[in-house]
Design a protein around this ligand. Structure first.
Ligand code: GLU
Length: 429
């Protein structure tokens, strides 16, 4: 690579579509243009390194054969083995995987861990499947991916509708083929089989760290802050609990069945127990049932979308009344909503920073597995807090240096890091 290469040319305008890959590329293009990214490197980063689509046949409990479609996209592995979750959902698409894989590349670069980015998924409805069917699906998918996964190649983790048990099945299937136990092939495993303390709570703890950082930037003390959180899965519930413990008043929460509101704030510990017993928060006492749209449009200090992509769009962005958005989910805001939020003066802490606590502790888990030496929870949390804080400070500095939003500041850090690494390593031919 040398400096005589072409400079980045402005791409054709993207239509007002709310496709996650296009949303990702729109931000990437803005950042690339600001730093004058070389056209060759732009092309290299735009195209995922590898995209696998595999057919996953399994025999269902009733004896019938069903065939599912599985995906794994490796966006880039120049910084190290690729890393990223695997999700099970009926609406999984290759484009979504491509966006999520690229976001993993940027996320790992921002928190400064030696991983590339990947994402996988299976198009299925896990709510309609038995544990045995899910186990067969996971094992067959893993066996199809034996030449993709590996502790030094590509390392999956939990994501939407997958969990510690799913990771245990992947680890076991891979290990059976390797003829030895390979704990480092996945992260987010149960602690009994090489998981890390604090991994399950890591994303939520990281969201809390950056949310408190953002509140302090605008001069609001946690005990005076009001939050609304969309989603009560692993990320939403742990974030809610972590903020509640810091004195933040969480006035609204939601799950797939709807949203609840109480202007006095919820006791999150009690709410978590309620959800364990009732499987939903919608029938919780002392709460007003509101719609998902109402939750997003509430007057509050901090709004935390911690559910899915494309929740804050060009259609509802103008109605938002929060001061800060901390993106717990991946891609909850579309690219078309960004300028609207900026004009309104809402401080957006981007997903690729906000939810990077999960992959950070995944990195700790991988390190511990390879050392065969396991850390205390206190050590995991201290290191996580430090790395999230450093990433937060760096994103702020980058945004100030280029006079851009925190999101574009974050993309710039990530793109520069990957581009510099590529220049050093060069292209093998
Ligand atoms: N699925 C999580 C994410 O989107 C975690 C990925 C990982 O730990 O590899 O960040």
């Amino acid at each position: 690579m040398n400096s005589s290469m072409n400079h980045y040319k402005e791409p054709a305008p993207i239509l007002d579509k709310e496709n996650p890959f296009e949303s990702m590329m729109e931000r990437f293009e803005i950042a690339a243009k600001i730093i004058g990214l070389d056209q060759g490197i732009y092309n290299y980063l735009k195209a995922p390194t590898k995209q696998v689509i595999t057919s996953v046949p399994i025999v269902m409990d009733d004896g019938k054969l069903e065939v599912f479609e599985g995906y794994r996209v490796i966006h880039n592995d120049i910084l190290g083995p690729s890393k990223g979750g695997i999700r099970y959902a009926p609406d999984v698409t290759l484009d979504e995987m491509k966006a999520l894989a690229a976001w993993m590349t940027w996320k790992c670069a921002i928190v400064n861990i030696p991983f590339g980015g990947a994402k996988g998924g299976i198009k299925c409805d896990p709510s309609l499947m038995s544990q045995n069917e899910l186990e067969r699906l996971t094992r067959r998918f893993t066996s199809n991916m034996l030449d993709v996964f590996g502790p030094d190649r590509d390392i999956p983790a939990p994501d939407m509708n997958t969990n510690e048990q799913t990771m245990a099945w992947i680890m076991d299937t891979y290990s059976m083929h390797s003829k030895k136990t390979e704990t480092a092939v996945v992260t987010g495993k149960p602690t009994l089989i090489g998981g890390s303390l604090g991994r399950k709570e890591a994303t939520g703890r990281g969201v809390m760290t950056v949310a408190l950082g953002a509140l302090s930037k605008i001069g609001i003390k946690p005990e005076n802050a009001v939050a609304a959180i969309q989603g009560f899965g692993n990320v939403g519930s742990i974030t809610a609990h972590a903020l509640y413990e810091k004195g933040v008043k969480v006035v609204a929460l939601s799950d797939i069945n709807g949203a609840i509101f109480n202007s006095n704030g919820f006791n999150i510990a009690e709410l978590i127990e309620h959800v364990e017993r009732h499987k939903t928060l919608i029938d919780y006492q002392n709460a007003e049932v509101i719609s998902n749209e109402e939750l997003l449009e509430l007057q509050c200090d901090i709004l935390i979308p911690a559910a899915k992509e494309d929740q804050i769009t060009s259609k509802n962005a103008k109605k938002l009344k929060c001061k800060i958005i901390a993106e717990g989910a991946n891609g909850p805001t579309t690219a078309k909503a960004d300028p609207i939020l900026q004009t309104k003066g809402i401080l957006v802490i981007p997903d690729i920073l906000t939810n990077a606590g999960g992959v950070t502790v995944s990195y700790f888990e991988w390190v511990q597995d390879r050392m065969g030496y396991f850390w205390t929870l206190d050590r995991v949390n201290r290191r996580l807090d430090r790395m999230m804080h450093e990433a937060f400070v760096n994103v702020y500095k980058s945004a100030a240096k280029y006079d851009v939003s925190l999101r574009i500041g974050a993309y710039i850090i990530a793109i520069e890091k990957v581009a510099q690494t590529l220049k050093l390593r060069g292209i093998y031919a």
